[in-house]
Design a protein around this ligand. Structure first.
Ligand SMILES: [Zn+2]
Length: 298
């Protein structure tokens, strides 16, 4: 079973949960913590002899170019998380095109190699902004990993496909490689459980995560696509007690145990970069044209 553990490299204050207390206009004044926690994650990868894909935020790369080079030098894939961490749904098409070009250019300058993968902040390529796919191709990206097809108020896309596919756009094809979900059939209804990482790995027991990922594998998923953020292992990050209790649990819960879960997942399912999984799928002829409602309006 091929597994890609992916890391969205951003600061704790970029998280959507925190935005109401640390809005974007004061991000520049916040203490940076991303370097130490990302280095810690690099150690976990190295200890388990694993490699992954790091979707680096452009504004983080500008502030910490040496960190991005360390990630690349350790054998990981550098991909783009955009530049300014604005939801795609909150941007104009023109602003989005600028954002993805700016981050791609900057990351390529820093690591000296082509960047072909993209993940939107908060998986925010929803039906209202499917023009994003065409813009990604036009900007030189080959694949997108922004589709998390589970029920969620911010990024729910339960009607979308769960398999990797070729999305046709007027600018050319784009490979869509969704996050892993566990599909359960109960009678005539299908339920999709989020099992791919983040809070789902922090708040649920490790044994459940390992069991759920194993179920995905035995049910024929050709690969796993999983994710986390450096701030999710940062137990020393600032605490904002004014946040609603449910938000505090979602953001801070399980941060002390996530590192162990990541290591356990790596031991069960060794991680490789997403680009290598895509290469395998291409060799197997397993990337078919997208047949869902994801037609791209112009
Ligand atoms: Zn993000």
């Amino acid at each position: 079973m091929l597994n890609a553990i992916t890391v969205d490299v951003e600061e704790y204050f970029h998280a959507a949960n925190i935005e109401c207390v640390v809005p974007p206009r004061i991000w520049h004044a916040q203490p940076s913590r991303v370097e130490a926690s990302t280095d810690r994650l690099l150690e976990v990868f190295a200890t388990q002899s694993c490699r992954g894909t790091f979707f680096v935020l452009g504004c983080v790369a500008r502030r910490h170019p040496a960190l991005v080079r360390r990630i690349a030098d350790a054998g990981h894939e550098i991909a783009s998380h955009g530049y300014g961490h604005r939801l795609v749904t909150a941007q104009t098409r023109k602003a989005f095109a600028r954002d993805i070009r700016k981050s791609k250019f900057l990351l390529e300058q820093v690591v000296g190699r082509e960047v072909v993968g993209y993940r939107a902040p908060n998986f925010s390529i929803r039906d209202s902004v499917l023009w994003a796919y065409e813009e990604l191709v036009a900007a030189g990206y080959r694949y997108d990993s922004s589709l998390h097809p589970v029920a969620h108020p911010r990024y729910g896309n339960t009607h979308r496909a769960t398999e990797a596919a070729l999305q046709q756009t007027p600018a050319g094809p784009l490979i869509l490689i969704p996050l892993t979900v566990l599909r359960l059939q109960l009678g005539n209804r299908e339920f999709r459980l989020p099992v791919a990482g983040g809070a789902y790995w922090r708040l649920f027991p490790r044994l459940w995560t390992l069991f759920a990922l194993s179920r995905c594998a035995t049910k024929g998923a050709p690969y796993l696509n999983t994710y986390l953020h450096p701030w999710e292992i940062d137990v020393g990050q600032p605490r904002f007690s004014e946040l609603p209790i449910a938000t505090q649990i979602r953001h801070y819960g399980g941060t002390a145990s996530l590192e162990g879960t990541v290591a356990a997942v790596m031991q069960r399912f060794p991680s490789v970069p997403l680009s290598e999984i895509i290469l395998s799928l291409e060799r197997l002829g397993a990337l078919h044209p997208q047949h869902t409602s994801a037609a791209v309006p112009t």
